[in-house]
Design a protein around this ligand. Structure first.
Ligand SMILES: NC(=O)c1ccc[n+]([C@@H]2O[C@H](COP(=O)([O-])OP(=O)(O)OC[C@H]3O[C@@H](n4cnc5c(N)ncnc54)[C@H](OP(=O)(O)O)[C@@H]3O)[C@@H](O)[C@H]2O)c1
Length: 249
């Protein structure tokens, strides 16, 4: 039976860790996954009765299969699965590397695809459950330094749009999270001043609130997300030079 347990994939640091903490603090059972078991165990120590670690590498099909089996055959089958695992390697035209693009696509995009392949049939069978995919506002439009990362998030946005349409009426829902800049180990690599930067606990609060509702997209900070959406609607002859100027690239 599907319960209201939450499964956070990519929970060993940053946004995912804060999501797990806040769900546990609110009294939920939480399953936490990532590759670094020691980090997950630290999280478990914060609320041992509510948080359970399930080690998982989204690049490894066997690992996904056995973790999903373990999770869905346990006492507390998750009703909400948050697919948050991701990597970011800043890449610009001067260091253009296919290997970087490939690695990022395998984790950020195919990692989500492989998770959905394992989860979706179970949710469809139960006619209930929610999949939450963490993409990024970087998927709205091409941005400097995002030559490897941005395309993975654009692909996720497109995938979620299509799934949202197909899943209508199935009892299973899908939500898309598009954060702006959040202070985490992932963005600690950025040397530039990040506009509208949020703390991870603030980002997690906004995501929790969005998941409580059922609107398709949870995008924040709103001013930043709307600004980028607006720029995306402009003709390229205006939007691309504007982005060059705004980012100082
Ligand atoms: N921070 C931002 O400004 C920002 C903005 C928009 C979107 N996002 C997205 O938000 C998500 C979380 O990012 P974050 O900023 O919180 O970064 P983070 O602190 O680096 O966390 C990334 C998480 O993904 C996990 N992960 C990476 N590769 C994995 C793999 N192969 N298998 C399983 N788990 C894996 C990491 O765990 P292990 O290393 O232990 O496996 C970690 O728990 C990412 O999808 C990111 O793209 C972040």
């Amino acid at each position: 039976m599907i319960s209201n347990t939450i499964w956070v994939v990519g929970a060993s640091s940053g946004i995912g860790r804060e999501l797990a903490r806040q769900y546990a603090q609110a009294g939920n059972n939480v399953l936490v996954s990532a590759r670094r078991l020691e980090k997950l165990e630290e999280l478990v120590q914060e609320a041992p009765d509510q948080i359970t670690a399930v080690q998982l590498d989204v690049v490894d099909e066997d690992s996904i299969e056995s973790a999903t089996k373990r999770v869905f055959e346990g006492d507390s089958t998750p009703g909400t699965i948050i697919l948050n695992a991701g990597i970011y390697k800043p890449m610009s035209h001067t260091h253009f590397m296919a290997r970087n693009a490939e690695e990022t696509m395998i984790v950020n995009y195919l990692g989500v695809v492989r998770m959905i392949e394992n989860i979706l049939p179970r949710l469809l069978k139960a006619k209930s459950g929610k999949i939450v995919v963490v993409a990024s506002v970087a998927g709205y439009i091409g941005l400097p330094l995002s030559l490897a990362y941005g395309p993975t998030k654009a692909a996720l946005i497109n995938l979620c749009e299509a799934l949202r349409i197909e899943l209508m009426g199935s009892g299973v829902s899908i939500q898309l999270v598009n954060p702006g800049f959040v202070k985490t180990p992932l963005t600690a690599q950025n040397k530039f001043q990040m506009p509208f930067l949020l703390d991870a606990d603030d980002a997690a609060k906004r995501i929790l609130k969005g998941i409580d509702g059922d609107q398709f997209e949870i995008a924040f900070p709103r001013r930043f997300a709307y600004l980028l959406k607006l720029i995306r609607m402009l003709p390229y002859a205006i939007s691309l030079p504007l982005l060059k100027k705004m980012t100082g690239s």
